[in-house]
Design a binder for this molecule. Structure first.
Ligand SMILES: Nc1ncnc2c1ncn2[C@@H]1O[C@H](COP(=O)(O)OP(=O)(O)OP(=O)(O)O)[C@@H](O)[C@H]1O
Ligand SMILES: [Mg+2]
Length: 331
């Protein structure tokens, strides 16, 4: 059984209908299998975080949600706040981009980690909890963890703060870890260390990982499976290997051309145009305004032509093995 399934999930903000409403997530389908690692990639505003928030039960009140999200077979859309909190405390860990906004600046690192362990029935008393907290800080690579417990978030570096956030996210040994741009705020060296840490932890504990990033290279370094989002839709999903070896969607192909190569051999090619998520493109492919393969078929009902599938799917009328150059932005 899948750990998470998302069926026909749509999330809207603002006024409904064509009159100015925003469809942040549009008919998303995905299945997350236990023990595997998934990368959800796409540019800013494509709906990655809102998809994750739906799985976490943390969508803003103003969001209108349709479709279904299950966790371990249980439907979680419409679940009460209390049940969702319990689920997050025991089964789903989460790491966000900026640890400074997630950590409480007025509490020591120790009290924040211990707070999370408070509900663990296997922990006898305060002393044991403190030891576990120190053990967790050690596990995420903080030197001298016992001393760190007495420090405040502003006393440690950004990379260390992110390590503390990861310690808190894994404290109750969740089945699923969601990391939303966990390294975007960090410099490159620290970024690599944090990614390595995440990779080691999920491997050690068999944790399922959903990592969200706008960086295809980062996702590919960590994840077995990839899902590419554009304009609120998953436009392509495949194994990381398959996606790099044989990208089918013109947007994925453009993204791959935009990934800098380490040896610098190839110039990075920016994706022409900017995202247009206007309601009139809703009937067809959201990428069509920027796509060189666009023709009249693309502005029709894309869904009816190509069924989106959770695995190895591509949502395009003209998926192609041969990357074609993109033309300039439409004016
Ligand atoms: N609270 C909100 N109120 C109204 N619209 C929102 C709200 N949150 C998100 N949106 C809309 O949902 C769209 C998708 O947002 P989301 O945060 O999922 O994007 P993202 O892919 O995570 O982008 P980023 O890479 O910048 O984090 C946004 O473009 C925005 O239009
Ligand atoms: Mg986001």
């Amino acid at each position: 059984m899948s750990l998470v399934t998302v069926n026909d999930l749509s999330i809207e903000f603002g006024r409904g209908g064509a009159a100015g409403g925003v469809r942040a997530v549009d008919a998303v389908e995905l299945a997350i299998e236990p023990g595997r690692t998934y990368g959800l990639v796409g540019e800013s505003g494509s709906g990655k975080s809102m998809t994750a928030m739906a799985i976490l039960g943390l969508l803003p009140r103003s969001a209108r949600v349709t479709g279904s999200v299950t966790f371990d077979g249980q439907e979680i859309t419409g679940l009460r706040a209390r049940a969702l909190r319990e689920l997050r405390r025991t089964r789903i860990g989460v790491v966000f981009q900026d640890p400074m906004t997630s950590l409480n600046p007025t509490m020591t690192l120790g009290s924040q980690v211990e707070e999370i362990l408070r509900f663990d029935p296997g922990i006898g008393g305060r002393r044991e909890r403190r030891d576990r907290a120190a053990g967790l800080l050690d596990e995420v690579g903080l030197a001298d963890p016992a001393r760190r417990l007495g420090e405040y978030p502003h006393e440690i570096s950004g990379g260390m703060r992110q390590r503390v956030m990861i310690a808190m996210a894994i404290a109750n040994r969740p089945s699923l870890l969601i990391a939303d741009e966990p390294t975007t705020a960090l410099d490159v060296t620290v970024q690599a260390q944090i990614l390595e840490l995440l990779q080691r932890l999920v491997a050690d504990h068999g944790t399922t990982l959903l990592m969200i990033t706008h960086d295809l290279g980062v996702a590919a370094g960590v994840c077995d499976e990839m899902m590419v989002m554009y304009g609120g839709r998953i436009v392509e999903s495949n194994s990381a290997h398959g996606l790099f070896a044989d990208p089918r969607h013109p947007y994925t192909q453009a993204l791959l051309r935009a990934v800098p190569r380490i040896d610098g051999a190839e110039a990075v090619e920016p994706i022409a145009g900017s995202p247009v998520y206007a309601p009139d493109w809703r009937a067809g492919c959201a990428f069509a305004p920027r796509c060189a393969r666009r023709d009249t078929a693309c502005v029709g009902e894309v869904e009816r032509l190509i069924a989106p599938r959770p695995v190895d799917g591509v949502r395009c009328v003209h998926p192609g093995p041969v990357p074609v150059p993109l033309e300039g932005a439409l004016s």
